[in-house]
Design a protein around this ligand. Structure first.
Ligand code: NAD
Ligand code: LMR
Length: 324
């Protein structure tokens, strides 16, 4: 028997990230090869025509799992009955900007989208905010959807996590799946804390495989500033790697994983993170839910680094108080 199709919404569907994301999604990389999907592409009115072109190409790809493709500029109808939402649509930063510089332009996008999710999304709705500044935009969407369980709103820190794995694998000379128990705490910004305190390769602590000076002076800033480095070198913000990380995040959320991954979730107050802030934390995924890795003993160094993103997210929240 065939499963009934799930409605999946992608916002910013005419943009760069969506142009990679939609093909992975349509191929079944999130729900698996037995789950048909109905795609809804939400864009601003000026980009509807370009979105029609994207839909034409999706059709031309003849994906067996795609039951329908709907294009709209209306958030209420887009999210009605949705089981999954990738909130990608937002301006990207250019050279020399911080992601928080986007807050005044992008923050307001997430109020009507959160309200529309509140009004009509399916009971199993899962939301991933990709548009920057992702953590605070996710907070805005979540606060605009008071009837939806808060933990259904997440922000993307998986790209930071994947960047950390790849930098470590290159340094150590191993493959990324060999590395376990890495996390990137915090904000998707330069205050984030890529943390190798618990990381292992074949059971060996990573802290014994790399120099502390490399860890502090090269690895942490490299991972934290990788988005800016991509913009410098590529001339545009990351797109295919962001799409790939979004797929990883949603796939693991739906299908589960016992490996540590990083997801930005509303904090439950653990680890000195103010309750409610959408904060990158170590999780596994079981029974369709992210579960925080509990019981870690933090050093003073870890606590200080974690506190830096808490303070920054509190400032971002204050800057959008009128939207909350
Ligand atoms: P892009 O400019 O190529 O595409 C953005 C699209 O969003 C445009 O087509 C635009 O019309 C659309 N859009 C704007 N407002 C919208 C709205 N209210 N509803 C629906 N669509 C809307 O940008 P991109 O490269 O695809 O990046 C999108 C966002 O993702 C940016 O904010 C970027 O900074 C962010 N990003 C986040 C991460 C992360 O790790 N969290 C990684 C990469 C990029
Ligand atoms: C990234 O990390 O690549 C994205 O958030 C884009 C950016 O502005 O850095």
């Amino acid at each position: 028997m065939t499963n009934s199709a799930k409605k999946v919404v992608v916002t910013g569907a005419a943009g760069n990230i969506a142009y990679s994301l939609l093909w992975r999604l349509a191929a079944g990389d999130v729900y698996g090869k037995d789950q048909p999907i109905k795609l809804t592409l939400l864009e601003v009115p000026e980009a509807v025509k370009a979105t029609e072109g994207v839909a034409m190409e999706l059709n031309d790809s003849a994906f067996p799992l795609v039951r329908s493709i709907e294009i709209t500029d209306d958030a209420t109808s887009a999210f009605d009955g949705a089981s999954m939402a990738f909130l990608v649509g937002a301006q990207p930063r250019g050279k020399g900007m911080e992601r928080s510089d986007l807050l005044s332009a992008n923050g307001k996008i997430f109020v009507p989208q959160g309200q529309a999710i509140n009004a009509g999304a399916a009971d199993d709705i899962r939301v991933l905010v990709v548009g920057n500044p992702a953590n605070t935009n996710a907070l805005i969407a979540q606060q605009s959807a008071p009837d939806v369980p808060a933990e259904r709103f997440t922000a993307m820190m998986r790209l930071d996590h994947n960047r950390a794995l790849s930098q470590l694998a290159e340094k150590i000379g191993c493959s990324t799946p060999d590395i376990e128990n890495v996390v990137v705490w915090g904000n998707h910004s330069s205050t984030q804390f890529p943390d190798i305190s618990c990381a292992t390769v074949d059971g060996k602590p990573v802290t014994e495989l790399v120099d502390r000076s490399w860890y502090l002076d090269e690895f942490i800033p490299r991972v934290a500033k990788r988005g800016g480095e991509i913009i410098q070198v590529r001339g545009k913000s990351s797109a295919a790697s962001a799409a790939s990380a979004a797929i990883d995040h949603m796939r693991d959320w739906v299908q589960g994983t016992e490996r540590w991954i990083t997801a930005a979730l509303p904090s439950d107050g653990s680890y000195g993170i103010e309750k409610g802030l959408v904060y990158g934390q170590p999780v596994v995924a079981r029974d369709g839910k992210f579960e925080l890795v509990e019981g870690l003993e933090l050093t003073d160094f870890q606590r200080e680094r974690i506190a830096a993103s808490v303070a920054e997210l509190q400032e971002e929240r204050a800057a959008v108080a009128d939207l909350l």
